[in-house]
Design a protein. Sequence first.
Length: 141
Amino acid sequence: MAMKDIFDDLALLEFPPLSAGEDDDQLDAAEQDLDQLRSQQVRQMEVAWDDGGVDPVLAQLAALRRRQLAAERHMRLLLAYAREFVGPRPYPLAALAEASGMSISGVRTAYDEDEVAEVAQVTGARRRQPLSKLSDPSAEA
């Protein structure tokens, strides 16, 4: 298989053709935009291959892995925010589990104090008081 075929295939996987069902004019315009994006991606892969011998399949897999790790990190920060900063009560574990595709115990252990500190630092938000302090009048002293 020629590299050009691989470049074209990877661009189609990244920007797949649209399915019919929309207004023909809109579909044609959107498909032209996708063609332009595919062409740009093919040119970038060709340059990377020609100038540095960068394998396009491996490069895309590595880029996707970086995006996956970033998304997982972002999810941990959102879970920390929802549980530790939103008040007076945190988001329910069951709702967060459903939204994140995790189990309740997975949500409970998904983040640690480092993520809590990062949320506080980035947002300037104050961590809410634990529920035990809210319900125990003697804890206010």
